[in-house]
Design a protein around this ligand. Structure first.
Ligand code: GDP
Length: 434
C-alpha cells in the first residue's frame, strides 16, 4: 500500500484532516494493556485506492525548538511517504513557517500536493491564491471542519501513487521483519543471519524507494527480510523518538507474515517493548519473541526460566509466541531462528480438516461443559475455519453472547494443542444459528 504523509506547521489542522480521511477505522483499537491510542498512523481508502496515512504532527520530537520540530517532521514525511500532503491554513495566509516547510519539501523528490485548510465556504476561495507562491502548483481548498474538498484532494493524491508491482512475492516466500526499540540488536541480528548463509542480497525492483527488502534462501526455503532499510539508515535525530520507531515498526509489520519481537536480554523488558509487541499482536501476524544479547547476561540454570516467566507475565496477549534466547554477537543459537520462523509461518497458513476440527470441539465440550447464563446454556452446533493468516474459526452457536472470553480461550487452546499451532494467533467468531 502507498503511504501518504500530512505535513505542515502546528495548528493548520493536520489531525482533523487525518481523522476525516481515516474515518471511523482509527477508533477501533483493541484493548490491550500497554498499547496506547497513538493516532499517527492508520489506513484510509479513496475509491479503489487503499493507502496508509501518517500525521507527522503527532510525532513530537522532544524539546527541540519549534522550527527544528517542523523540519524533522517534514524529513520524516520525505523518508516515509510516497505522496506528501502539505497542509496550510487559509485563515492565516502564507506564514514564514509555511515557507520553511516548503523549503524542505523542495529538496525532496517525492510528489507534494498543497492543501489549504479552513476554507469553510465558497466565498473564502479567494483566499487560496496567495498559496501559489509556495511553489507547489494549484492549492486545493479544503475544510476539515466541514469535510469539504477532500475528494478532490484525494483524487490528486491518488494520481501520484506509485505502482507496487514487485511488492507481492511468490506464495511460498516467508516475509519477516524484526521489530523492537532502538539498540536491542535488530541490525546485528540481521547481519548474523545473513552472514552465515550464502547470501543473495539485492534490492528488489518496484518496491518503494525506502523499503529495501533482503531476499535469501536457506534449506530450500525462500525468505524476505522486510524493511531492513530502516535499520541501515541510522543516525538521524528522530530515529530515537519513540513514535518514529513505532511508525517504522507498523510499516514493517504490515508487510510481514512473521514478526520477530526483539528484546534486549541484558536490559530486560520496558514499557516500550510491550507497546511494540502489542502492535504485532493486533495485526494478526505470526510472532516469535527473540531475547538477544544472551551472551552478556550473567546466568545460572534458573535465569532463562525466570526471564521466560517475566516475558509471559508482561506479554500475556502473546501467549502463543515461542521464545528464542540467542546472541547476535556470538551467533549462539541464531541457527534456531529460521526453523522457528518457518514453523510459525506454516501454522499461520494452516487449514485444518473440518471433520477433525468438529471432533476436537465436541471432545472439548465433553471435557469442560459450556458456560450457562440466566439458566441458558451455550450450545455449539458446528465449527468451521473461514480464513488463514491468522487461522480464523466461526463457531455456530445458539447465542453468541454466551461464549465468554474464558471459554473462547479454552477452545482456542484446544485447537492450538490438537493441531500443534505454533507462533500464530487464532481467532474465534461466534455466530447465531437456531
Ligand atoms: P538495533 O538498533 O536494534 O538495530 O541495534 P544494533 O544491532 O545496532 O545493536 C545495538 C548495540 O548492541 C550495538 O552496540 C551492538 O554491538 C550490540 N549488540 C547487538 N547484539 C548483541 C549481542 O548479541 N550481544 C551483545 N553483547 N551485544 C550486542
Amino acid at each position: 500500500k502507498p503511504t501518504v504523509a500530512i505535513v505542515g506547521r502546528p495548528n493548520v489542522g493536520k489531525s482533523t484532516i487525518f481523522n476525516r480521511i481515516v474515518g471511523e477505522r482509527v477508533s477501533i483499537v483493541e484493548d490491550i494493556p500497554g498499547v496506547t491510542r497513538d493516532r499517527i498512523y492508520s489506513s484510509g481508502e479513496w475509491l479503489t485506492h487503499e493507502f496508509n496515512i501518517i500525521d507527522t504532527g503527532g510525532i513530537d520530537i522532544g524539546d527541540e525548538p519549534f522550527l527544528s520540530q517542523i523540519r524533522q517532521q517534514a524529513e520524516i514525511a520525505i523518508d516515509e511517504a510516497d505522496v506528501i500532503v502539505f497542509l496550510t491554513n487559509g485563515r492565516d495566509g502564507v506564514t514564514s513557517a509555511d515557507e520553511e516547510v516548503a523549503k524542505i519539501l523542495y529538496r525532496s523528490k517525492k510528489p507534494v500536493v498543497l492543501a489549504v485548510n479552513k476554507i469553510d465556504n465558497p466565498e473564502m476561495r479567494e483566499d487560496i491564491y496567495d498559496f501559489y507562491s509556495l511553489g507547489f502548483g494549484e492549492p486545493f481548498p479544503i475544510s476539515g471542519a466541514h469535510g469539504l474538498g477532500l475528494g478532490d484532494l484525494l483524487d490528486e493524491v491518488a494520481k501520484h501513487f506509485p505502482k507496487y508491482e514487485g511488492e507481492d512475492y511468490d506464495e511460498g516466500v516467508i516475509r519477516f521483519s524484526l521489530i523492537g526499540r532502538p539498540n536491542v540488536g535488530k541490525s546485528s541480528l540481521v547481519n548474523a543471519l545473513l552472514g552465515e548463509e550464502r547470501v543473495i542480497v539485492s534490492d528488489i525492483e518496484g518496491t518503494t524507494r525506502d523499503a529495501i527488502d533482503t531476499p535469501y534462501r536457506k534449506d530450500g526455503q525462500d525468505y524476505v527480510i522486510i524493511d531492513t532499510a530502516g535499520m541501515r539508515k541510522k543516525g538521524k535525530v528522530y530515529e530515537s523518538t519513540e513514535k518514529y520507531s513505532v511508525l517504522r515498526a507498523l510499516k514493517a509489520i504490515e508487510r510481514s507474515d512473521v514478526v520477530l519481537v526483539v528484546l534486549d536480554g541484558e536490559q530486560g523488558i520496558i514499557e516500550q517493548d510491550k507497546k511494540i509487541a502489542g502492535y504485532a499482536h493486533q495485526a494478526g501476524r505470526a510472532v516469535v519473541i527473540v531475547v538477544n544479547k544472551w551472551d552478556a547476561v550473567e546466568k545460572d540454570e534458573k535465569t532463562m526460566k525466570e526471564f521466560e516467566e517475566n516475558i509471559r507475565a508482561h506479554f500475556q496477549f502473546l501467549d502463543y509466541a515461542p521464545i528464542v534466547f540467542l546472541s547476535a554477537k556470538t551467533k549462539k543459537r541464531t541457527h534456531t531462528l529460521l526453523p522457528m520462523i518457518q514453523a510459525a509461518s506454516e501454522s499461520h497458513n494452516l487449514r485444518v480438516q473440518t471433520n477433525v476440527l468438529n471432533d476436537i470441539i465436541m471432545d472439548a465440550v465433553a471435557r469442560n461443559p459450556t458456560p450457562m447464563h440466566n439458566g441458558k446454556r451455550l450450545k455449539i452446533y458446528y465449527t468451521t475455519q473461514v480464513a488463514v493468516k491468522p487461522p480464523t474459526f466461526v463457531v455456530f452457536v445458539n447465542d453468541p453472547e454466551l461464549l465468554h472470553f474464558s471459554y473462547e480461550r479454552f477452545l482456542i487452546n484446544r485447537i492450538r494443542d490438537a493441531f500443534n499451532f505454533v507462533g500464530t494467533p487464532i481467532k474465534i467468531l461466534a455466530r447465531a444459528r437456531d
